[in-house]
Design a protein around this ligand. Structure first.
Ligand code: EPZ
Length: 430
């Protein structure tokens, strides 16, 4: 199994270009099959989750032509199979977006039920509630969701929980339903807006994405489109916190500063100097940072996908900080790993109390999930000595060329897969 080996202790300095948003791209790729014409999508992140989604789309009969690492042409006219295999949903939960896309276009879809994952049970009751409200029969048979409708009719739906996945999935199905659908208590994340903009670029009629109410007038068919994915605010924030934790000076480019407001607010709270440009943000951290309180919330609140990254920073800040994780029930597992590096943290339920320490010591740790894995790399970069991060396959699901980009701003990090490689690295860095 591959690992990252890191020699930390030096500030990260320089510029890093941010790629396309994984969580927008996964839904947009699914939505691309809703037209029989050809769709070209660029600024795709070249990460494992995207490659699995493309395999799933190809697997149901769509034509998928990868023009380069970041650009793909998709034509859904050849879709002949409305059932998504379990092995795709096991690899990426987001293949459930094909439910909304297939139901919207063909009035039927079958997708294996996604299980839980490391950060929580992650139910999909709101997705099913939305499809039923549109008039679909939705049953769970032998571990599969089977959805079918004579015709999908517009509805007025109020989500019980603010959920990104259900907002996007039901929006896709409603885009080709008969009549008007009003969805309330919806998610407002930038990637929800990006999916709505993409569907509208194919001829859908969706208004209000990014607000609390989305109105969708169904259309009979969708047409070709050329579309570019928005920048990934979570990748950007990860590098911004890496600058903060290593007392560095890093500029993230190809970003939309508006999407980073909650992250910038917290970086400023803990004492970073943050400068915003049209499509870049610079983060400078001098000296020891200070404690703060964080509560994760749906957008525009502080993002849950940025919780481990600030957790690492706060563990090195002066004073006592608290983090309340209000979105997922099991997103503190990385704190046990951080404690092995010397962090002083107490977790009670969905809140963590963090007593800042002067420094960590290098250790061998394991990535419990995608964002926590990236955060543990940040911890290693902030620590004198050698840190080894296991299970980096999680990190590669959502971060393109992660170690390369970190090396580009002075990080001493390599991907290794043997004891021999580890010894070679240690000899090289001294
Ligand atoms: C998306 O997951 C992201 N994944 C997650 O990013 C992100 O953490 C999450 O949104 C919140 O922003 C993708 O976009 C592929 P939710 P999703 O539905 O859609 C509850 C990453 O690191 N809920 O907004 O699954 C759920 O249990 C990943 O890139 C229900 O109760 O998240 C959770 O408590 C990790 N019933 C809350 O809503 C439902 O039917 C938010 O979940 C659906 C969700």
């Amino acid at each position: 199994m591959e690992q990252y080996i890191i020699k930390g202790g030096s500030p990260l300095v320089g510029e890093v270009e941010i790629g396309g948003a994984k969580n927008a791209a996964l839904a947009i790729l699914a939505a691309a099959i809703m037209t029989d014409e050809t769709v070209t999508i660029d600024n795709l992140p070249d990460v494992n989750d995207i490659n699995v989604m493309l395999e799933a789309i190809d697997g149901i009969g769509a034509s998928v032509q990868r023009l380069d690492r970041h650009t793909v042409k998709i034509n859904g006219s050849g879709v002949a199979d409305f059932s998504i295999d379990y092995d795709f949903i096991k690899k990426i939960r987001a293949s459930y977006y094909l439910l909304g896309a297939l139901l919207g276009k063909y009035n039927k879809a079958e997708v294996a039920l996604p299980g839980g994952c490391n950060i929580g049970s992650r139910p999909i009751d709101q997705h099913l509630k939305g499809f039923r409200a549109l008039g679909a029969e939705v049953d769970i048979e032998h571990g599969k969701i089977v959805a079918e409708a004579e015709v999908l009719r517009g509805t007025h739906l109020y989500f019980d929980v603010v959920t990104v996945g259900a907002t996007i999935n039901v929006m896709m199905a409603a885009a080709m339903a008969d009549g008007l659908t009003i969805m309330e208590n919806v998610a407002k994340e930038p990637h929800v807006v990006d999916v709505a903009n993409f569907l509208n670029s194919m001829g859908a009629n969706i208004k209000g994405a990014g607000t609390d109410i989305i109105k969708i007038r169904g259309v009979k068919s969708l047409h070709k489109s050329e579309y570019s994915i928005i920048p990934d605010q979570i990748e950007a924030g990860t590098f911004m916190f890496a600058a903060a934790a290593t007392k560095g000076d890093v500029t993230v480019t190809n970003v939309i500063p508006k999407h980073l407001e909650a992250t910038v607010a917290k970086l400023t709270d803990i004492g970073c100097e943050v400068e915003e440009f049209d499509d870049a943000v610079r983060v400078v951290a001098k000296g020891r940072l200070r404690s703060t309180q964080v509560k994760t919330l749906p957008y525009p609140g502080y993002p849950t996908d940025m919780q481990p990254q600030i957790g690492v920073c706060l563990a090195l800040c002066s004073g006592t900080s608290t983090i309340t994780e209000s979105i997922f029930e099991n997103r503190f597992k990385y704190l046990d790993e951080l404690a092995r590096m010397g962090a002083n943290i107490k977790v009670e339920g969905n809140s963590a109390t963090i007593e800042g320490v002067e420094k960590f010591s290098g250790a061998r740790v394991s990535a419990p999930d995608l964002r926590a894995g990236a955060a543990l790399c940040i911890a290693g970069l902030a620590t004198d000595g050698i840190t080894i991060v296991d299970d980096i396959v999680y990190i590669q699901r959502g971060y393109e060329r992660f170690e390369e980009k970190l090396r580009g701003i002075g990080g001493i990090i390599e991907r290794v897969s043997s004891e021999k490689d580890i010894q070679k690295f240690k000899l090289k860095v001294g």
